[in-house]
Unconditional design. Sequence first.
Length: 357
Amino acid sequence: MAATRERYFDLLRAVAIARVVTYHMFPLAALELIFPSMGVMFALGGSLMARSLDRAAAGHTVIVKRLRRLLPALWVLGAVAVPAMLLHGWADPPWARLLLWVLPIADPPANEFGAEAAGPLWYLVTYLWLVVLSPGLLWLYRRAPLPMLAAPPVLLVLLLTVPIPLPETPERTLVTVLQFATAWMLGFAHRDGDLRRLPGPVTIALSAACVAGALGWWWRAGDGGIAELPLAYAIFSAGLTLVLLRWTPPTGWLRRVPPLDGLVTLVNARAVTIYLWHNPAITAALAVADAVALWNLGTVAGETGTVVIALALLAGAVLAVGWVEDVAARRPPRLLPRTDAPATAAPRPARELVPRP
C-alpha cells in the first residue's frame, strides 16, 4: 500500500520553510520568536525517522535511503556554487575539504562570494548526523525517555562551559547536533505516542517553563538574536515544539482552500531545493536591485521589488533543479509536483504497529 501523507506534518514543514525564507529576507530578531522553524523541522525528521526504523528490517537501509533523498539536491548546488567560487577569486581553496560538498559531515568550505549559499548548510550537516545516530538514539530513548531528552542540553552546557580542546569545525558541528537532538527525540516521543499521553496542563506548564527560561536568558544576555545562544535557542525550540506535536489539529479545512493546499504540497515536495536555493536567490536579488538602482524608487518600493525578484529567482531554481528531489525519491521527475495530495488522519503511534521489545 502506498505511504500516506501526514497532512499536519506537511503544514508544519511548509510554515517552517516559509518562516526561514522570510527571516533571511528580513533578518529581524523578533521573527525567530514567531515560529521555531528549525526545532520543528528536526522534530518532524525525528518522528519520520522513528517510523521508518520501525518498519525497516535493518537500520542501515533507512539511513542510506534518507541520505539518498537528501544529498543529490546538495550536489546540484555544489556543482554550481563551487565553480562559481573558483571563478570569483577563490585562489587557494582547501581542496580536500571540498569533499564536504559531497558528504557534509561538517560545514562545507566557501569563500566570501559563496558564503550566503554555504551558510544554511549547517542544517544538512546536523540532519545527517542525527539520521546516522538515530538507530542508537531511538534504542536508548525507548529505554530511558526522560534522561535521553535531558541529556543533550546537559552535554551542551558542559561543552560550552568546560574547556575542551576540540578543533573549531568539529566543535561547531557537535554544538548544533546537541542543540537540536532534543527536538529530534521529541519526534520519537510523538511517534511512540508518549506526547499524547502527557496531560495537557503538564504540557503547557513544561512548554511555558522552557520558553520563559530561554527568553529570560536571552533578555539578560544582551544584543543579538536568541539563535546566537545555542542552549537558550535549543530550550526555546523544544518548548514550543512540544506543544506543536502534543496536539494534532484537523487539517480538513486545508482541502477547502485549493490554492493553499496546493502550495503546501508544492513546498513539501521541493523543501530541500527551496531551503538550499533561497539564500542564493536573495543574494542575487539584492545584486539585481543594486544594478538597476531599484532603491531610487524609495525604501518600500525597493524592498518590495527585491522580494519579488528573490521569489521569482527562487521559483526559477525550483523549476530548474527541483526535479532532482523526484529522482532522489525514485519518483518520475516532474517540472512541478502534483498538488492534489490527500489529507489524512493522524497516524497510529509506531509502538502499536511494532511492539516495544
